[in-house]
Write a protein that binds this ligand. Structure first.
Ligand code: ADP
Ligand code: MG
Length: 249
């Protein structure tokens, strides 16, 4: 079957189930994210948001279901995981930078080890990525010499440098002091403006209203409700969504 980028979802999740032992955590997630779309994922703690994201680059192995990146299967046997994972960038709440490497070292690591670029080529790509997140002047700093917001921007640069097809953000600003949140959201806004496809778990409601194309509300391992931000955040139809959103007023 011919695929066209206009109609093939950039990320497609079909009937995704995940259980830890006998504990079902994802109970049938169906989700398509279109090219350049930013989808926001909301939901109470323990509803399965992180597990869903982690399944999308197989940091967790789904119990059943299928995941596709631009129509290419990510799940099941015989998948070149190394190649597929490079198409799915991930940004974590806790940054996960290597403390003994500089910002430049963190961004070039996978470019050199995984993509086998030369040092010069990796550093040129990394310099461009660090520039995109506004940290050209911090390239030789170590994570310990950077603020939390700057560390998270390095983590975003590291993901961007691999030129992923889709980027997953798991509560990227939750560990930050409030005054540093805006800088990270500004970078995410730029990443979106550059056309990146993004799946974002975050409780930044203002940012969701302004930047998200769609908001999904998860509860108990299911998508309970979804729609445009104004609808889901402003006029939710499900009791559980309403109860959740009340905490943010
Ligand atoms: P959220 O990100 O929405 O807070 P998670 O996906 O982190 O939710 O967790 C969903 C449920 O799965 C929770 O009950 C959590 O305790 C459980 N869980 C997550 N990871 C594991 C794991 N590695 N082993 C066992 N249970 C887990
Ligand atoms: Mg989580």
């Amino acid at each position: 079957m011919a695929r066209s980028p206009e109609t093939t979802p950039t990320l497609e999740v079909r009937a995704l189930h995940k259980a830890f032992g006998s504990e079902p955590v994802l109970r049938g997630i169906d989700l398509s994210v279109a090219r350049s779309e930013m989808v926001f994922v909301l939901g109470p703690s323990g509803s399965g948001k992180s597990t869903m994201l982690r399944c999308c680059n197989r940091l967790e192995e789904p119990t059943s279901g299928e995941i596709f990146i631009e129509g290419d299967r990510l799940t099941g046997p015989g998948v070149n995981l190394n190649a597929m994972r490079q198409r799915v960038g991930m940004v974590f709440q806790s940054f996960n930078l290597y403390p003994h490497l500089t910002a430049m070292g963190n961004v070039t690591l996978a470019l050199r080890r995984v993509q086998k670029k030369s040092r010069a080529e990796a550093e040129a790509i990394a310099a461009e990525a660090l520039d995109k997140v506004g940290l050209s002047d911090r390239a030789r700093h170590h994570p310990g010499q950077l603020s939390g917001g700057q560390q998270q921007r390095v983590a975003i640069a590291r993901a961007l440098a691999l030129k992923p097809t889709v980027m997953l953000f798991d509560e990227p600003t939750s560990a930050l002091d409030p005054e540093l949140v805006g800088d990270v959201l500004a970078v995410m806004r730029d990443v979106k403006a550059a056309g990146m496809t993004m799946l974002v778990v975050s409780h930044e409601m203002g940012f969701a209203r302004e930047a998200a194309d769609r908001v999904i509300f998860m509860d108990g391992g299911r998508i309970v409700e979804q729609g445009p931000p104004d609808q889901v955040l402003g006029a939710p139809t499900h009791d559980r969504t309403r109860a959740f959103l009340r905490r943010f007023h």
